[in-house]
Design a binder for this molecule. Structure first.
Ligand code: MEV
Length: 315
């Protein structure tokens, strides 16, 4: 039996603009995870994928060509050099809320690829895993930048530009983010599609917003390296304003963001695809408790605290 897991993720700065070649900064969220377990089944039964949370059995050989999990399983078996269909049962389960901006789709696929490669005695190298998961992300998202599969496969904070190997970034002083779930499911594919339609209708207007987001992301890299929490917070607020202009915020997210700021957060913004899903708020030792309480009072379904920097491994 082989069990592999994969973390969730948050985008700190630069979501959406990253699809158009601008940089973004992301970090893993290790407290929420997806799990894949491969066991050898009875001979002659073939390979069965079992999505435990929705109680669905998928036969990869019979599934539609564009079924993301069946596709990722087939790709992983190919990459592992497994020729004939193995008699394996592959069970998947996840504690990451779907359509919430925490990378649930990429995390499930990452756990699956890792488990298949490991069960076939092949190394599950981050670059191999990331590349395979990207193929399934194309089905989940439409036109993904590749940031979700990268940050989850490497499970390290990354500075990411589409098409380039991920880089690490310096963290002068570790900082804490409250991650609040609005409880509103919002598939990334939809917001990414809406941003694309707006870009097609008026490329200059969208490009000008992406350009300003890129400036914010570069500023954030410097502020993070300097350990300047006040500057990081202000840049989060500035990024949120640009995301509003892109049309991917929403009144419920705005309400939660406002509640976090009023309770003492140094800055707050949506994270990931937007409209619903999760937001992040920068907190310190003094404000963490008050911000958490304010977010829950304003309707957040749950609030996690995560640290960026400090003990984390660097690329
Ligand atoms: C989703 O986590 C981040 C987006 O920028 C989409 C992408 O980069 O593929 C919204």
């Amino acid at each position: 039996m082989t069990t592999s897991t994969a973390s969730g993720k948050i985008i700190l700065f630069g979501e959406h603009a990253v699809v158009y070649g601008r940089p973004a900064i992301a970090a893993p969220v290790s407290q929420v995870r997806a799990t894949a377990t491969v066991t050898d089944g009875p001979a002659g039964k073939g390979c069965i994928l079992f999505a435990q949370d929705i109680d669905e059995e998928i036969r990869p050989t019979q599934a539609a060509a564009d079924h993301p999990l069946a596709l990722v399983l087939r790709l992983a078996l190919d990459a592992a050099g497994v020729q004939a269909e193995p008699d394996w049962r592959v069970a998947l389960t996840s504690g990451i809320p779907i359509a919430s901006g925490l990378g649930s789709g990429a995390a499930i696929s990452t756990a699956l690829v890792r488990a298949v490669l490991t069960h076939a005695n092949q190394p599950a190298l981050p670059e191999t895993v990331s590349h395979l998961v990207y193929r399934s992300e194309e089905l989940f998202h439409g036109t993904p930048s590749g940031i979700d599969n990268t940050v989850i496969a490497y499970e390290r904070p990354v500075w990411f530009v589409k098409g380039r190997p991920p880089e690490t970034f310096a963290v002068g002083r570790s900082f804490t983010l409250a991650i609040a779930d609005s409880g509103i499911a919002s598939p990334t594919k939809e917001t990414v599609g809406d941003v694309r339609r707006a870009w097609q209708a008026d490329p200059a207007a969208s490009e000008s917003i992406f350009h300003r987001i890129a400036d914010i992301v570069h500023g954030a890299r410097r502020a993070i390296a300097d350990g300047n929490w006040a500057a990081i917070g202000l840049l989060m607020n500035a990024n949120q304003q640009r995301l509003q202009e892109l049309g991917v915020s929403s009144p419920p997210l705005e309400k939660l963001i406002e509640a976090a700021r009023e309770a003492g957060a140094l800055g707050a913004k949506l994270s990931g695809g937007g409209r619903g899903g999760n937001l992040i708020a920068l907190v310190d030792g003094e404000s963490a408790g008050a911000v958490q309480a304010a977010l829950l009072a304003a309707g957040a379904k749950r609030v996690l605290l995560t640290q960026v920097g400090g003990a984390e491994k660097q690329i």
